[in-house]
Design a protein around this ligand. Structure first.
Ligand code: HEM
Length: 230
């Protein structure tokens, strides 16, 4: 792939689809990494804060954050553009997409809605976690936020929207990139389902703290320690 081809990508319909699909897959990769990081919070304060401190001490982080922002912008911009073109073409050909036609899943039928829900979720998430006061430590900030019913509801809905979005988006991106093969397509589809199911763990993390499982675990650990000392 040469430089000229990349520069011309936004000016062709297939180029725009490729940009949307590849940025989407990279974002899915970020989601998996971010999930792994946040599952560390279940291990306790020192594990989570230790990881975040290590991460933030990396001088490449600002550049990576800019890269992430570019990915989000590309995905949103070309996603909307491709959607608009599809809609225009379907009107031109004067046919209506039959919603009950085979091949459509809840994931594919709700792509635009889950996309908007995720955008709103992301703004909320950035305000409360990314641009918030970090002086109390990340563990304290996150776990305190998850004691609130409204906050947790937003996180559960956000995780469901993400799971639904990826349940279609993941495999559809491979299809757009022309990666289709009778041997590999079932593996890609299965991976898409697994990745999308894993996103529910974001909801699990918030519910875990809302239900106070961390306090219960700490209490049990203290009891075990007491019996060992006795
Ligand atoms: C249990 C759920 C989650 C927790 C506890 C969590 C926690 C965090 C925290 C603490 C930060 C701030 C890091 C910093 O200031 O450097 C952050 C950043 C971020 N989160 Fe989440 N997150 C969760 C779910 C999600 C989800 C579902 C998405 C995507 C839909 C997401 C996308 C992001 C993005 C894009 C950033 C900015 C990354 C950066 O600036 O380095 N997060 N998250």
């Amino acid at each position: 792939m040469n430089f000229k081809y990349i520069v011309r990508m936004p000016f062709s319909s297939i180029g725009r689809k490729i940009l949307m699909a590849s940025s989407g897959l990279l974002l899915a990769l970020f989601m998996l990494v971010h999930l792994g990081e946040n599952l560390l919070i279940l291990k306790g304060e020192s594990a989570y804060n230790g990881w975040v401190d290590l991460l933030l001490s990396n001088p490449l982080i600002p550049a990576m954050e800019v890269g992430l922002l570019v990915l989000f912008l590309l995905h949103i911009f070309f996603g909307l553009w491709v959607r608009f073109e599809d809609w225009k073409n379907s009107r031109k050909r004067n046919y209506e997409v039959n919603k009950s036609q085979g091949g459509r899943t809840i994931g594919s039928a709700t792509m635009l809605y889950t996309a908007f829900a995720l955008l709103l979720y992301l703004v909320y998430h950035m305000i409360h976690f990314r641009f918030a006061d970090h002086s109390m430590g990340f563990y304290q900030m996150v776990t305190e936020a998850f004691r609130d019913k409204f906050f947790v509801s937003i996180y559960v809905l956000g995780a469901l929207a993400l799971a639904l979005h990826l349940s279609h988006g993941f495999q559809s991106a491979f299809q757009t990139l022309g990666i289709q093969h009778e041997k590999y397509t079932p593996v890609i589809k299965a991976t898409g389902w697994i990745v999308s199911a894993l996103m529910i763990l974001f909801a699990f993390i918030s519910i875990y703290f809302f239900a106070g499982f961390d306090a219960k675990l700490q209490y049990e650990q203290e009891k075990v320690l007491e019996t060992v000392i006795e």
